[in-house]
Design a protein around this ligand. Structure first.
Ligand code: SF4
Ligand code: SF4
Length: 353
């Protein structure tokens, strides 16, 4: 039976497995709506929205969510809580995003409020400082809270040190971060801090962004053995949905042999695994190293689409893998000493051809 966990001081009671929304972006509307309805029927009561690259574009953001989740909310708003992600950091941009989300996604659903608003991708101290400044997004969020537009605030990060600094401000009710057997730095300080301060914990990328797909059930169960609240795997098919729900609801702690199996799977990719912490940035060639690796490794889009995304980024003047001059600055800064220049070469050969 599905368990519902109290999400820290927000007091929201959320299903221990919830829905990571990224795959919905790549599905046709009918398939996305079918999957969402099935998830809610299984007891999932939290949808964490994500729109891939579109969420960085003010003119596009929340259109896809409106057209898929928005449809479901028209009749099932009272059954789910919704997390709305915002990648922007400036006050006016964040204020615009809040109003747009309310207008696009919640209008006419009977409960026109954002349950959990995310200040997302807070991976660098620069972004955190901007968010916290008088011209930053947090001020817009707090004004929106006073106006009754937002209930609770979440900060999401791929960088444990920056996340901890954000949480220490006391401004956030919930923390969202990746946490797996190959990405477990968060167990040192972030998770204990959250427990001590009654901050809810949402685990994104619980299957390593798909890289632990062969041991997805073990990865989910490993996470749930730790003192965290909920996992939000992205799910593309009914089969994945059923498998993940079954693992979390019925799986229980890992047996010794299962733990060894998960460790082996982790070891096999560990040396090539990008933790998306962003320590390597900025790159002097203006390459968004994490973004390039993410596109290359994505299991959500096929090769043709990956090539298209790569080409569009290049046409728009963004640094792409082929611009890497192997200066090594990123390797020096990377705590995991990932061989980024070699990886950039591989990505350029695969996507730039
Ligand atoms: S090695 Fe390549 S990716 Fe790394 S910092 Fe230098 S140019 Fe950027
Ligand atoms: S390349 Fe290294 S520093 Fe850069 S995001 Fe990946 S793991 Fe972090």
């Amino acid at each position: 039976m599905m368990k519902y966990k109290r999400l820290g001081r927000s007091n929201l009671r959320i299903s221990e497995i919830a829905f990571g929304g990224l795959p919905l972006f790549y599905l046709e509307r009918e398939a996305a709506v079918g999957l969402l309805n099935a998830a809610i029927d299984m007891g999932i009561n939290y949808i964490d929205c994500d729109e891939a690259g579109s969420q960085f574009v003010p003119a596009k953001v929340y259109e896809d969510t409106r057209d898929k989740l928005g449809l479901v909310l028209k009749t099932r708003r009272c059954e789910v809580f919704v997390g709305i992600k915002c990648m922007f950091a400036k006050k006016d941009e964040v204020a615009g995003a809040i109003d747009r989300a309310l207008d696009y996604i919640f209008k006419g659903t009977g409960r026109e409020v954002i349950d959990l608003f995310h200040l997302a991708h807070v991976d660098t101290d620069e972004k955190l400082s901007l968010l916290l400044s008088p011209q930053g997004g947090l001020a817009a969020v707090q004004e929106a809270q006073r106006a009754g537009k937002i209930n609770f605030v979440l900060v999401a990060s791929h960088n444990p040190a920056v996340l901890l600094r954000a949480l220490q401000t006391g401004c956030f009710d919930v923390a969202e971060f990746p946490f797996t057997i190959i990405e477990n730095e968060y167990s040192k300080k972030v998770i204990p801090y959250c427990r001590e301060h009654d901050i809810g914990t949402v685990i994104m990328k619980p299957i390593g962004g798909g890289q632990l797909a062969s041991v997805a059930d073990l990865s989910l169960r490993w996470i749930m053995q730790h003192p965290v609240d909920i996992v939000i795997p992205g799910m593309r098919t009914m089969e994945e949905l059923r498998g993940n729900v079954h693992a979390v609801v019925n799986g229980g702690p890992l047996a010794e042999g299962e733990l060894r199996q998960l460790e082996q799977a982790g070891l096999a990719i560990g040396s090539e695994y990008c933790h998306r912490c962003g320590y390597c940035l900025p790159c002097p060639q203006n390459i968004h190293i994490v973004g390039q690796i993410d596109i290359y490794r994505s299991r959500l889009i096929d090769l043709a689409r990956k090539k298209e995304v790569y080409r569009i980024a290049k046409e728009q003047g963004a640094g792409v893998a082929a611009d890497c001059v192997a200066c090594g600055a990123c390797v020096e800064k990377c705590p995991f000493k990932l061989a980024v220049p070699e990886l950039m070469k591989k990505i350029a050969a695969a996507l730039g051809a």
